[in-house]
Design a protein around this ligand. Structure first.
Ligand SMILES: *[C@@H]1O[C@H](CO)[C@@H](O)[C@H](O)[C@H]1NC(C)=O
Ligand SMILES: *[C@@H]1O[C@H](CO)[C@@H](O)[C@H](O)[C@H]1NC(C)=O
Ligand SMILES: [Zn+2]
Length: 292
């Protein structure tokens, strides 16, 4: 019931204003949206702190094939996931099971991710939402400050189509109208994300849901490695429609203040600044640079 009211409110927020104005109004309606530890954020890589406990995440049953429905819920497309796939390790306190995934995007491949890296906004962002394995519903999990773990993945433009996304993007074309849904061909979560060997580099911080009620109950993991999609594939999402029939795009919340939070990076996460320093050190050692 609570969730239903939330969704109706949420849908009207997105549709009443498709521009950047809408999310600013949230903190009037939802107290927590004005909280101190909100998401998304801009990740400033040189200010991240390397944490050796952030080892590779253990994905279990991510290869499991499942059937589900894809739904245009008025602010995104969402797919429910049977609770078989779990994540653990990587500094997470316990096991979290997958609940659903959805996306945030821009205008036909334009800037659209929620998190940004050193100010760069990617064209789209995937959120795979998990809750602690002993909870049976999201409402309860949202009352636990670490009840939810979201995995965030960026997308990048590629010259060729991503075959692993063909089926899902074809169904996106069939749920243009708000509240429409259609069955999804059998998919696995693993097929949506980069191979496990490419997932060792990630950022970690404590934040919130990026839609009302903005509960500060989320352990965020944002992966460095983007998922490639062609321009056509990215553009398919902009053909979806809000309640009022307007094109669904720009359905991301702007970045929120850090308010003193530390962002950590995994052992594998690269930091461009350090490779630049390394290069400088090497060229110094080789006598290639002449400081003065
Ligand atoms: C999908 O749409 C059908 C018919 O419009 C509806 O009865 C059903 O409840 C919807 N399913 C979901 C998961 O929203
Ligand atoms: C990681 O990604 C790169 C670039 O997309 C790819 O060439 C490489 O094969 C991937 N590595 C593994 C181990 O899958
Ligand atoms: Zn999201």
């Amino acid at each position: 019931m609570q969730q239903l009211i939330l969704c109706v409110l949420l849908a009207s927020f997105w549709t009443s204003c498709t521009g950047a104005g809408a999310p600013e109004k949230w903190d009037h309606a939802f107290k927590e949206c004005a909280g101190k530890y909100q998401s998304p954020i801009n990740i400033v890589t040189r200010k991240t702190l390397k944490d050796e406990r952030l080892t590779p995440i253990k994905f279990k049953n991510y290869q499991q094939i499942f059937r589900s429905t894809i739904k245009n819920n008025g602010h995104s497309v969402q797919v429910g996931v049977p609770h078989l796939s779990t994540i653990s390790g990587g500094g997470l306190q316990g096991i979290y099971k997958a609940v659903q995934f959805h996306l945030h995007w821009g205008n036909n491949g334009g800037p659209g991710s929620e998190h940004t890296i050193d100010g760069e906004q990617y064209p789209m962002e995937l959120h795979i939402v998990h809750m602690k394995s002993h909870y049976t519903d999201l409402t309860t999990a949202l009352r636990d400050p670490e009840g939810i773990a979201v995995l965030g993945f960026f997308y990048e433009k590629s010259n060729s189509a991503n075959r692993k996304y063909e089926a899902i993007i074809n169904t996106v074309r069939n749920v243009k109208a708000t509240n429409s849904n259609t069955s999804l061909p059998a998919i696995s979560l693993a097929q949506l994300i980069p191979s496990e060997q490419n997932l060792t580099s990630y950022y970690r911080y404590k934040g919130s849901l990026t839609t009302p009620g903005c509960a500060e109950a989320v352990v965020w993991t944002v992966f460095e490695k983007p998922i490639p999609l062609s321009m056509d594939q990215l553009g398919a999402f902009s053909d979806l429609q809000f309640h009022d029939g307007k094109q669904m795009m720009g359905n991301f919340r702007p970045v929120q203040p850090l308010n003193g939070r530390q962002v950590f990076r995994s052992g594998g996460a690269m930091i461009l600044a350090s490779s630049a320093l390394l290069m400088a050190a090497i060229s110094m050692a080789l006598g290639l640079s002449h400081p003065n």
